[in-house]
Design a protein around this ligand. Structure first.
Ligand code: AMP
Ligand code: MG
Length: 195
């Protein structure tokens, strides 16, 4: 049975690195095909089709109704790609998005209905490490916040994960991505996927 796994992590958790590494290991070392679909990238592509060029880290600061509409369109696009893929799929996204008007659920009911996930994986790291990754990452417009803000984001993500588990009946696994141990985290992710 092919599976749809939703992998989430707050900015700076390293979820994209872990997802891409898991794909590489699955394909090169295990001979299994695995697709990784990045929700944020699909949103940026949809905006570009509309002639709007918005930085991926600025989207969550834009108009909330616009984000909600884009989230809906992205979920529809991704659900089509999941159907086309035919193999195991990881959707790289967020449990919640920190907008100017509060935490927006990354996986509201209609998104869950579109994806039908079998498993949720939360990629986490110690708050201090997340903070220092945000400071060092020059390729992104990461928010520089306090440790307590990172802890709040981690907590909200876990709370949202509980809600997603109850809505879908799918379990939640936490994978710790410690500094310099991305490979271990990727292997852990593959292990929970039974790949
Ligand atoms: P990322 O590269 O994963 O940090 O995602 C970039 C941006 O895409 C996020 O900061 C959000 O603005 C947006 N995004 C990603 N996933 C979702 C989602 N499920 N719902 C709404 N916005 C999302
Ligand atoms: Mg990412």
């Amino acid at each position: 049975m092919r599976q749809v796994v939703v992998v989430t992590g707050i900015p700076g958790s390293g979820k994209t690195t872990v997802c891409n590494l898991a794909k590489e290991i699955a394909e090169k070392d295990k001979g299994k095909s695995l697709s990784v679909i990045n929700f944020g990238t699909v949103m940026v592509e949809l905006l570009e089709k509309k002639g709007k060029h918005v930085h991926r880290d600025s989207m969550r600061k834009s108009d909330l109704q616009m984000q909600i509409q884009l989230q809906k369109e992205a979920a529809e696009t991704i659900s089509r790609r999941i159907a086309e893929a035919g193999n195991d799929v990881i959707v790289d996204t967020h449990m919640c998005v920190k907008t100017g008007r509060g935490f927006l659920p990354g996986l509201p009911r209609h998104v869950l209905d579109a994806f039908k996930p079998d498993l949720f994986v939360l990629v986490e790291a110690p708050a201090e490490e997340i903070l220092s990754r945000r400071v060092k990452d020059k390729s992104r417009l990461r928010d520089i916040v306090l440790k307590k803000d990172v802890e709040e984001e981690l907590l909200f993500s876990r709370l949202m994960a509980c809600a997603c588990a109850v809505q879908t009946g799918a379990p939640v696994k936490i994978v710790i991505n410690e500094q310099g141990k991305q490979k271990e985290a990727a292997l852990k992710l593959l292990e929970v996927m039974e790949l």
